[in-house]
Write a protein that binds this ligand. Structure first.
Ligand SMILES: [Zn+2]
Length: 157
């Protein structure tokens, strides 16, 4: 046994996961057991504990007494990471205006170059009817921006 599980005053149940993110690789140690090397971080909060803790999936399950939710979050983060890796090498097509586009997940995703204003020459994206209103230095960066935007849309559903 190690980490915070054995420490007095650390609640074992009743935690809530308030955020989750992907570190890109396993760079962090689970803040509660101190053992797991974690890539996917579940950020945990408890009303009777002063700090937030970064936990791995297994500890997040114990802390919330929920053996479904954390696993789903973890699977979702893994799926996102997998798709992000393949995103740029997907078969982007070229519109009649010469812009790269991709139809996926029910969305038309288009990359375009701003013609006017301070964004002139930079690249933007459109996901469905949503113009991200962001400017990127390269097409690749705009495509990655579109990926994040798409993911937000999928998460809302
Ligand atoms: Zn842990």
């Amino acid at each position: 046994m190690s980490g915070l599980w054995d420490q007095p005053g650390v609640p074992h149940k009743g935690w809530q996961c308030i955020d989750a993110y992907d570190n890109g690789e396993a760079t962090e140690t689970c803040g509660i057991c101190g053992r797991e090397e974690i890539r996917y971080v579940h950020v945990m909060e408890h009303p009777d504990y002063p700090e937030r803790l970064d936990a791995g999936c297994v500890c997040a399950e114990k802390m919330t007494d929920d053996y479904v939710g954390p696993r789903q979050r973890e699977a979702r983060m893994k799926s996102k990471a997998g798709r992000r890796v393949r995103w740029l090498t997907r078969k982007w097509r070229t519109s009649s205006k010469g812009n790269p586009f991709l139809n996926t997940d029910g969305f038309n995703i288009a990359i375009f170059q701003y013609k006017n204003g301070w964004k002139k020459g930079k690249w933007g994206f459109k996901v469905g009817d949503d113009f991200g209103n962001k400017a990127f230095a390269s097409i690749e960066e705009a495509k990655m921006g579109a990926f994040e935007e798409l993911w937000e849309h999928l998460a809302d559903e």
